[in-house]
Design a protein around this ligand. Structure first.
Ligand SMILES: [Zn+2]
Length: 344
């Protein structure tokens, strides 16, 4: 790595560290985004996104959203921000710091984030789905897969601990873990994603459904959403409490589901509102054979699970414009991803 790159990285981290200690992690990551907007590494492309809401014909409490986001078509493992193909694997890994300088010609810098046990680099996402789309990549090259499938994989308790702690430090944001074949575009390198909630009042369809069944606070187990196309376990509470309860439940869940774990992946989502003491954690099991919602081209990840489908192809844009996509089509598409939690 060049001295210039190391110096620029060091200076930015020093500045962001000071900002984090005075104003919090979200402010530091916002400044990371501003740095890359100013340098031209990322463009403010969110205005290209068209977002539409589809309501249930007889119940305005129930709705789904679609975003048409043409730039997302450029996002697949191994392509840089200009869409150039890169070799895949550790040598060409997009999220390894050693590769970031030459892949992005020194234009991309990261910010080191510690969670206590583990460390990450926060990186801006050149193909955002929501404001302040940040990738939180492990400082080590380490699989995205969980230990249920890969013996070198992630321990679910560690994963939940990091996701919840980071969400707690970033109120007003949503944090995602997308498992392998569950929306992860770079399955070889562990990464979480955070996006800013479009505004503090905006609720995603899953959050509305979860609120309707209550928060499960004061009980040991999760609550389960109803009237939603996916099976979702939800924990609400103080961060320590959520981590402890979710880890315990998932350990038992994995024991009960041992025979089918090999075929499963997951989406895990954590979020704390600005000014709120409690946060919410969502767990959705995914079928590794179904990385996409039926009839849609994109990989389905945490945002889709929340009830917002991302479309990026011209064909999908046509279907959106000619009125051939409606509430029940989206519901059916999401239901095609459904995996029962209580089997076994
Ligand atoms: Zn890597």
């Amino acid at each position: 790595m060049s001295v210039e790159f190391e110096n620029a990285w060091y200076d930015l981290n020093l500045r962001l560290r000071e900002l984090e200690s005075s104003a919090g992690l979200a402010a530091a990551l916002h400044e990371l985004e501003t740095h890359h907007l100013n340098s031209g590494f990322i463009a403010n492309s969110l205005h290209e996104i068209e977002r539409r809401t589809f309501y249930h014909p007889h119940n305005s409490e129930r709705y789904f959203r679609v975003q048409y986001n043409p730039r997302r078509a450029l996002r697949f493992a191994g392509s840089d921000r200009n869409g150039t193909q890169m070799p895949v694997g550790e040598k060409g890994c997009f999220l390894c710091r050693d590769n970031i300088e030459w892949q992005q010609q020194g234009a991309q810098l990261g910010y080191r984030v510690e969670t206590g046990e583990r460390s990450y680099y926060a990186l801006t996402n050149p193909f955002p789905i929501l404001p302040s789309h940040i990738v939180i990549a492990s400082t080590e090259h380490h699989t995205q897969d969980w230990r249920f499938r890969d013996e070198n994989g992630l321990d679910i308790a560690d994963l939940i601990d990091d996701l919840v702690r980071l969400a707690d430090r970033m109120p007003g944001h949503l944090g995602f873990y997308n498992g392998v074949d569950g929306g992860a575009s770079i399955p070889t390198h562990l990464h979480l994603q955070f996006v800013q909630r479009p505004d503090n009042a905006t609720r995603f369809p899953l959050e509305v459904a979860a609120r309707a069944v209550g928060g499960s606070a004061g009980t040991d187990g999760p609550s389960f959403v109803e009237h939603y196309p996916l099976d979702v376990a939800v924990w609400v509470g103080a961060p320590d409490d959520v981590v402890a309860r979710a880890s315990r439940w998932l350990t038992h869940w994995s024991d009960r589901n041992r025979v089918r774990l090999d075929k499963l992946s997951a989406n895990i989502i954590a979020s704390r509102d600005i000014g709120a003491e409690e946060l919410a954690l969502y767990f959705v099991a995914r079928d590794r054979a179904k990385p996409r919602a039926e009839g849609f081209s994109g990989l389905a990840g945490g945002l889709e699970v929340l009830g917002e489908l991302v479309m990026s192809s011209a064909d999908e844009k046509d279907r959106l414009d000619d009125g051939s996509i409606g509430y029940f089509d989206i519901e059916a598409a999401l239901a095609s991803l459904r995996v029962s939690l209580d089997e076994g």
